[in-house]
Design a protein around this ligand. Structure first.
Ligand code: ATP
Ligand code: MG
Length: 597
C-alpha cells in the first residue's frame, strides 16, 4: 500500500478528554475517530488491525468446530420479553418503536436470538452438539463510555453459543472454548489471565473472564503467584490477615476501658463527632482491625445490616450474590429510622426493639473455635470489637461476636493484596485488568423460556443446554497497545499490526530512492509481506515519527545511500538499526520477523 493512495490521518496532539494511553495513540496514529460519545469510526489503519484480530478469532473458532453466521441487530421486543430481560435490563438497552408501533430493541447481545433459532431448527439429539458464532455489532447505552474504544456504545463482538444435550456436553464445549480462547489471546500477543468470574445471581453456573493486565482496566483480579488461583475480586475468596494486636494509647481509650478484655458485656463510650473507622480508631486508640464497620443496605424493601472488620471493605457484588437481590445503601433518613442513630454510630448490638432486619457478618468476624484448624480465618486474636452503639456520638467497646449478637456469616469482604490465597495460603496479588473476553455456562436459562428443546434418544423432550462466549476485538487492540507502547508510539504485536513493514522513502521525489523503494516494495509484497510504503512528500522527521507512532514491527528505510544500493532495516520493538544491501532486504526482514514478538 502506498501512503499517497492510503488514508492515515496522524495528528500531533492527544485528544483533549483522553486518559488511556491506547485512546491517545489510536487517535494520534490515525486508527480511530470519535463520531459521538461512545461511538467510533474505524479508520483504515484501525480497521486493518480489527481484520487481523478477527482473522485469528475465526481460525481458532473454526478449529473447535464452530460455524459462522450473522444475526440481525434489530430485534422485536418479544424475544427479550420471553427471557425476562426486556424488563430486567435498564436504560443500557436501546429501545424504539417501528412504524407500526411495535416495541423493538437494538442487540445488546444475542442469547435470545440464538435460542430462538435453535428452538426452530434443532429437533433431535442427533442435531447436537452445535457451536454457532458471529462477529456482529452490539449496542449498549453504557453509562460510562470512556477510554476510547475500551468502552463504547456500539462495538463489534465475537459471540458464540454452544448447544448440547446435557451438562457433560456443555462441559466439553466449554473446554473447547477455553482452548480456543487461550490460543486467540496468545496469538494476538496479549498477556492475559483466565479468572473465575461472577456468573450473576440468577444461576450458579460457572463463568470465566479473560483479563489483560493494564492500568487502564476497570476490573481487578486476585492472583496467587504460587498456586495459580485467580478470580475477579467480585468473587475472589481470601484468608484475612490476622488483626493487628490491640495497642491502647490515649486517655479516652483508657478511661473507657477500650481494648481491655475480660468484661462480660459491651460498654458505652462517648465518641463525639467520630463517625468513620479512621476517626474512631484514632480517637479510641484502637486499631481498625479491632473495630466492626456496620453498613445498612436495602434489598428491595428489606433492610440488611452488613458487618465487616474495620480494616476490610465490603464488595457489593458479594452482598448481591449472598442476598440474591440487587441492593443499595440505605439513605441517611432510613438509617436513622431503622437503627435509631445517625450514620457512623450504628451497630449490631442494641438495635431498637422491633427493628426487624437481617444481620450478616463477613466470615472474618466468625469467632474461631480455639480447637479448630489453625491459621484459617481471623478473629482469634481479637475477640473484642468496637462498634456503633445505635446512639448518636456513642460507640460500644468490648463487643463479642456470638455473645452479644448472633449474625449470619458470608464471604463479603473484598480480597486485598497480601491476603492469604484461599487455596494455598500464600499472599495474593491484586492486578488491574481489562476484560477482553468471557465464557459462560448458561445451562437452560434461555432455552427453557424460548422453548428450545430436542428429543433425546428415548424420545423425551429436553431443553438444550447452552453456553455463551464473547470477545471484544477492539478491546484486544486497545489492550495490546496498553501493554506494548513506548514514548514514541505503539509497538504492535506482529500478529495484529496493521502492516508488517513500514517502508520509509526519505525523499519522495528522488529518482534513485523511488527506484529502490519500488523494487523493495514489489519484492517484499511478492514474498507475502504487507507493506506500507511511505512515499508522501513530507519531511523525513514527519515520516520517521509516523512510523514510530503507527508501530509496525519492521521499518525499512530507503535514503541517501540508495544510489549505492544500501538501505536500513530496524525492528520497532527496539534493537539495532542495520545498514544492508537492498538485495538482502527480504532476508533481513524474515530474520528480524522471526526474532520479533
Ligand atoms: P464489561 O463488564 O466490561 O461491561 P461485559 O461483561 O458487559 O463487559 P459481555 O457482555 O460479556 O461483557 O461482552 C463480551 C465482550 O465484549 C467483553 O469481554 C468485552 O471484550 C466486549 N465488550 C463488552 N462491553 C463492551 C463495550 N461497552 N465496549 C467495547 N467492548 C465491550
Ligand atoms: Mg457490560
Amino acid at each position: 500500500m502506498r501512503a499517497t493512495a492510503f488514508f492515515m490521518p496522524t495528528v500531533k496532539e492527544d485528544p483533549a478528554d483522553a486518559e488511556a494511553v491506547s485512546h491517545k495513540l489510536m487517535v494520534r496514529g490515525g486508527f480511530v475517530r470519535q463520531f459521538a460519545s461512545g461511538i467510533y469510526i474505524m479508520l483504515p489503519l484501525g480497521w486493518r488491525v480489527m481484520q487481523r484480530i478477527c482473522r485469528i478469532i475465526r481460525e481458532e473458532m473454526e478449529s473447535i468446530g464452530a460455524v459462522e453466521l450473522s444475526m440481525p441487530t434489530m430485534h422485536p421486543a418479544d424475544v427479550w420479553q420471553a427471557s425476562g430481560r426486556y424488563e430486567a435490563i435498564g436504560p443500557e438497552m436501546f429501545r424504539f418503536n417501528d412504524r407500526g408501533g411495535r416495541d423493538m430493541v437494538l442487540a445488546m447481545t444475542h442469547e435470545e436470538v440464538f435460542a430462538w433459532l435453535a428452538s426452530r431448527e434443532l429437533r433431535s439429539y442427533r442435531d447436537l452438539p452445535q457451536i454457532w458464532y458471529q462477529i456482529q455489532l452490539k449496542f449498549r447505552d453504557e453509562p460510562r463510555a470512556k477510554g476510547g474504544v475500551l468502552r463504547v456504545r456500539e462495538f463489534l463482538m465475537k459471540d458464540s453459543y454452544s448447544f448440547d444435550l446435557d451438562e457433560s456436553g456443555l462441559e466439553k464445549s466449554y473446554a473447547r472454548h477455553i482452548a480456543a480462547y487461550d490460543r486467540i489471546f496468545a496469538r494476538c500477543g496479549l498477556e492475559c489471565h483466565r479468572v473465575e468470574s461472577d456468573s450473576g445471581f440468577m444461576g450458579g453456573a460457572q463463568a470465566h473472564e479473560y483479563m489483560a493486565p493494564s492500568r487502564a482496566g476497570e476490573d481487578r483480579v486476585a492472583l496467587c503467584p504460587a498456586c495459580g488461583y485467580s478470580a475477579n475480586v467480585e468473587l475472589a475468596r481470601s484468608r484475612a490477615r490476622a488483626p493487628q494486636t490491640q495497642e491502647v494509647h490515649g486517655e479516652t481509650a483508657r478511661a473507657a476501658g477500650a481494648g481491655e478484655s475480660g468484661g462480660s458485656a459491651p460498654r458505652e463510650v462517648a465518641t463525639p463527632e467520630q463517625r468513620t473507622i479512621d476517626e474512631v480508631s484514632e480517637f479510641l486508640g484502637t486499631p481498625p482491625s479491632s473495630m466492626i464497620k456496620t453498613l445498612l443496605y436495602m434489598a428491595g424493601d428489606s433492610p440488611v445490616l452488613v458487618l465487616v472488620r474495620g480494616d476490610h471493605s465490603l464488595h457489593e457484588s458479594k452482598l448481591i450474590r449472598c442476598l440474591k437481590s440487587e441492593v443499595r445503601p440505605a439513605h441517611p433518613e432510613e438509617v436513622e429510622a431503622i437503627a435509631g442513630a445517625e450514620v457512623g454510630f450504628i451497630g449490631p448490638v442494641g438495635l431498637p426493639k422491633g427493628a426487624i432486619l437481617r444481620v450478616i457478618a463477613d466470615e472474618s468476624l466468625r469467632p474461631v473455635d480455639p480447637g479448630g484448624p489453625v491459621g484459617t480465618e481471623a478473629g482469634a486474636v481479637s475477640a473484642e470489637y468496637v462498634t456503633g452503639a445505635n446512639k448518636d456520638h456513642t460507640h460500644l467497646v468490648g463487643v463479642v461476636v456470638g455473645r452479644d449478637f448472633a449474625p449470619e456469616y458470608a464471604d463479603l469482604r473484598e480480597a486485598e493484596a497480601g491476603d492469604g490465597c484461599p487455596e494455598c495460603g500464600l499472599p495474593l496479588a491484586i492486578e488491574q485488568v481489562i476484560e477482553v473476553g468471557n465464557i459462560f455456562k448458561l445451562g437452560t436459562k434461555y432455552t427453557v423460556p424460548l422453548g428450545a428443546t430436542v428429543l433425546d434418544e428415548g424420545g423425551r423432550e429436553r431443553p438444550i443446554v447452552m453456553g455463551s462466549y464473547g470477545i471484544g476485538p477492539a478491546r484486544i487492540a486497545a489492550a495490546a497497545i496498553e501493554q506494548s507502547h513506548d514514548g514514541r508510539g505503539i509497538v504492535w504485536p506482529k500478529t495484529i499490526a496493521p502492516f508488517d513493514v513500514y517502508l520509509v522513502q526519505v525523499q519522495a521525489k528522488d529518482a534513485d530512492q523511488s527506484e529502490v523503494a519500488r523494487t523493495l516494495y514489489e519484492e517484499l509484497t511478492a514474498e507475502g509481506w504487507e507493506v506500507l510504503w511511505d512515499d508522501r512528500e513530507e519531511r523525513p522527521g514527519v515520516k520517521f515519527a509516523d512510523a514510530e507512532l503507527i508501530g509496525c514491527p519492521i521499518r525499512v528505510t530507503v535514503g541517501k545511500k540508495a544510489p549505492e544500493g544500501l538501505i536500513e532495516v530496524e525492528p520497532r520493538a527496539g534493537g539495532e538499526r542495520e545498514e544492508v544491501p537492498a538485495t538482502a532486504c527480504c532476508a533481513r526482514v524474515s530474520a528480524l520477523w522471526e526474532a520479533t514478538c
